[in-house]
Design a binder for this molecule. Structure first.
Ligand code: GCO
Ligand code: MG
Length: 402
């Protein structure tokens, strides 16, 4: 079974998505997400100019061999662009394998380890009462887990939440800058949010929060300790994680569970975090961490060290990535939770899919392969629009992590 066509499709139904579509000589197609938010065309070029020509004529059934071929064969290892491109190929090959076998991909990964995939939604608001309304909405929808983010007084935007302007549909969008981040204000104000949520809704659901890489380890340690009584499911991305040993400082001071990993692209980015048990949840995702093949390897390592999965699932990862994530989530033993930021109606139309939400769980569906496709005709109606992620600055103008 040979690959006879490899094509990259770029579409912007509200935000940009890059999709790789492979076709075999038996007419079977497979799709892989290749979206790297804000740097989409770099991956598109990596695939079109360098990888697709290598795929033609290759045996589509050799998933592991193709992964090694692209990783070791490229000589330049790792990095978000390379690993996103490899992920797209890997995901598309799993899709093809499932279709050939007549089985949903999760069956090829060992079958179900659970009945459904617990997901968390995003309750955002400028003020605490606004966030509480949002939490109520999610709980009414049946969610068993909710992430809360609130505006900080004296700071213009809700940190860590993309302003719509960064992803709007028309024209060139300059980098959105905000320049008023204050860790002191944040640390002072944020505990009141968790207190209000627990006071009104109790403890019978998982409460999560994302600090979006903005703290130092000792600040993070202080926050973790301060909010222990609210029993968070996790505090996410408290610090930038290039310095893995920095997490030791946080760990020494708090029992609040820690999650990190949405910007990781290989097992080497989290090896120390996992093997020293410095985190509780690894948030790497299919599209940025080398596909199903490599993410499964990360999760297997994590399982040895009591670290559970908590894959990134923002809506800048396409429905193809979400579908692939669900097949992994439902099959692995050490699943923790899955982020689920719903896609827009336009995006859902471009990517018809078999997965569905019910009672706080996502279900991958029983369609052979990943159960997701791209409607190319519709996709063509939404041409690429340049867009960037926001930039964050401190009050004095210093560039800070966004
Ligand atoms: C999350 C993330 C996202 C990222 C975005 C970057 O936890 O969902 O922090 O909101 O910022 O995916 O492209
Ligand atoms: Mg995050």
């Amino acid at each position: 079974m040979k690959i006879i066509d490899a094509r990259v499709i770029i579409t912007c139904p509200g935000r940009n998505f890059v999709t790789l579509k492979l076709t075999t000589d038996e007419g079977v197609t497979g799709v892989g997400d290749a979206t790297l938010n804000g740097r989409e065309l770099a991956v598109a070029s990596y695939l079109t100019d360098h990888v697709c020509p290598l795929l033609l004529g290759r045996d589509a059934s050799r998933i592991e061999d193709t992964w090694q071929f692209l990783y070791k064969g490229g000589y330049w290892r790792r990095g978000p662009v390379t690993m996103t491109a490899i992920a797209a190929v890997d995901t598309a090959l799993w899709d093809i394998k499932g279709k050939m076998a007549g089985l949903p991909v999760y069956q090829l990964l060992g079958g179900r380890s659970r009945d459904g995939v617990t997901v968390y939604g995003h309750a955002n608001g400028e003020t605490v009462p606004e966030v509480l309304d949002e939490v109520a909405r999610f709980l009414d929808l049946g969610y068993r887990a909710v992430r809360v983010q609130v505006g900080i007084q004296g700071i213009g935007s809700i940190y860590g939440v993309s302003p719509d302007t960064a992803h709007r549909e028309s024209g060139y969008v300059p980098t959105a800058e905000s320049s008023d981040w204050s860790t002191a204000r944040y640390l002072h104000q944020i505990p009141a949010l968790f207190e209000a949520v627990r006071e009104r809704f109790g403890f019978d659901f998982a409460l999560l929060h994302d600090a979006h890489h903005r703290l130092t380890p000792i600040e993070a340690a202080r926050l973790g300790r301060r909010v222990e009584e609210y029993q968070l499911f996790w505090l996410e991305d408290l610090v930038p994680a290039e310095l893995q040993e920095g997490f030791r400082i946080i760990r020494q001071h708090t029992t609040t569970p820690l999650a990190v990993g949405e910007v990781f692209n290989s097992i080497w980015d989290c090896q120390q975090l996992i093997t020293e048990q410095l985190i509780d949840f690894i948030r790497a995702d299919v599209v940025h961490a080398g596909g199903i093949t490599h993410l499964r390897r990360i999760f297997q390592l994590a399982d040895l060290y009591h670290v559970r999965s908590g894959s990134h699932g923002a809506n800048d990862l396409s429905p193809v990535c979400l579908a692939a994530a669900l097949h992994l989530d439902i099959s692995i033993p050490n699943f923790g939770i899955q982020e689920y930021m719903r896609h827009s109606a336009e995006t859902d139309e471009v990517f018809p899919h078999a997965y569905s939400f019910a009672d706080g769980y996502l279900h991958p569906g029983e369609v052979p392969g990943l159960g997701v496709d791209i409607d190319e005709e519709l996709a063509a109606r939404y041409p690429y629009q340049r867009a960037y992620l926001p930039i964050n600055r401190l009050v004095d103008g210093t560039v800070h992590s966004w």
